[in-house]
Design a protein around this ligand. Structure first.
Ligand SMILES: [Zn+2]
Ligand SMILES: [Zn+2]
Length: 370
């Protein structure tokens, strides 16, 4: 048989099998149920995407968008894993869906650190708390933040009070399966950062737990006060998460020698183009709102300068603004960065997992899949 004829025969056979399989699926409930079971099994056995072994400090980007929407990117969210401890920094809208789709064990995340209270950093606190509780968290979620965190947490707790009641009534079965107390978040104010005070670059240890030291660093995101960055140190390795800020020397000092800096950044040049186009549509108000943001965010070049001055090994951008709607737009977004910092720079995306091995090895980057 000629090669051509063999190929045609194989293709015809494949088509017959495909049509037969579809017909069997369409007509047989038993086949449909088997497919469902197989798909569920495949999904459930992929649960090890975020390794929890105590061999590295790990950082997972669970939201990399600014308030401007981009399909496939949640708002501010970064997860740090150290020695089995899972700590979330900010929980912006859509981030819980990411964590659930990647099968991160959200019930094991018992601590959230808020950098500040802009909606893109706190918007999904209520939903995240509910999901962790429903998935089996036995203790109340601890939510740390500066002065004002009591008000934010109290508000979410109040808004979700009816839902806590419904779910407890439906799922607890009188056996303590969904205790109400575990569904109500507790706020933890990080002293000494007081609302209304001008930033002074102060630092405070948030907690020290099983070798993990978390430090809050005051940054400058005025008129938002206080606004914090966080540094995680674990067994000689470290990551700094900038939150929202301008170029700020005290943050450089606090980030000294970190292995990784996860920094927000906004291209002011691209944002100006976007604002200009919005203005031409007649919406001068919205164009003005966008332009206002340039005086309290870092540019990609400034973030690179800070990473250099602090001697940071790797810089990963997050809170990307304006949205990079196509891959080639990374080129103008990064304009000027190459000259400042030719290596150790990358644009983050939802699902980027950075592994910082405890044995001192090189940082590794990989992508989690849905
Ligand atoms: Zn902000
Ligand atoms: Zn923000």
């Amino acid at each position: 048989m000629s090669l051509k004829r063999t190929l045609w025969t194989v293709a015809a056979l494949a088509a017959v099998i495909a049509v037969g399989a579809y017909a069997a699926f369409r007509l047989s409930p038993a086949v449909q149920d088997a497919v469902m079971a197989r798909a569920a099994r495949a999904q459930l056995t992929r649960s090890g995407q975020l390794p929890l072994a105590d061999d590295a400090l790990r950082v997972l980007l669970c939201g990399t968008s600014s308030p401007m929407p981009r399909r496939g990117a949640a708002k501010a969210c970064t997860l740090v894993a150290a020695g089995g401890q899972l700590v979330l920094v900010d929980i912006g809208p859509e981030a819980t869906e990411n964590l659930n789709l990647w099968r991160v064990p959200v019930a094991r995340i018992d601590t959230v650190l808020l950098t500040h209270f802009h909606s893109d950093h706190i918007g999904e606190l209520g939903e995240f708390n509910m999901q962790g509780w429903a998935q089996g968290r036995r203790t109340p979620l601890q939510v740390y933040g500066p002065d004002g965190v009591e008000q934010v947490v109290g508000g979410f707790n109040a808004a979700y009070a009816p839902d806590r009641g419904y779910r407890h009534a439906h799922h607890d079965h009188g056996k303590g399966l969904m205790p109400v107390a575990a569904g109500e978040m507790q706020s933890r104010v990080i002293p000494p950062f007081k609302a209304g005070e001008a930033p002074a670059g102060r630092r405070a240890v948030v907690f020290e737990r099983d070798g993990l030291v978390v430090t809050a660093i005051e940054v400058d995101h005025r008129p938002v006060t206080p606004a914090l960055a966080y540094r995680f140190d674990y067994r000689g390795r470290s990551v700094v998460i900038t939150g929202d800020t301008v170029y700020y020397p005290p943050l450089v000092a606090a980030a000294r020698g970190a292995d990784l800096m996860v920094s927000e950044a906004e291209s002011h040049e691209l944002l100006e183009i976007l604002a200009g186009e919005i203005a031409t549509t007649g919406d001068a108000r919205l164009a003005g709102v966008l332009r206002d943001t340039t005086n309290y965010h870092l540019t990609p070049v400034q973030a690179a300068q800070m990473a250099n001055e602090a001697g940071v090994r790797e810089l990963v951008y997050t809170h990307i603004a304006p949205p990079l709607v196509a891959k080639p737009m990374e080129i103008p977004w990064l304009r000027g960065v190459q000259a400042v910092r030719p290596r150790g720079v990358r644009i983050g995306h939802d699902g980027l997992l950075v592994t910082i091995p405890l044995d001192g090895g090189e940082l590794r980057f990989e992508a989690l899949r849905d």
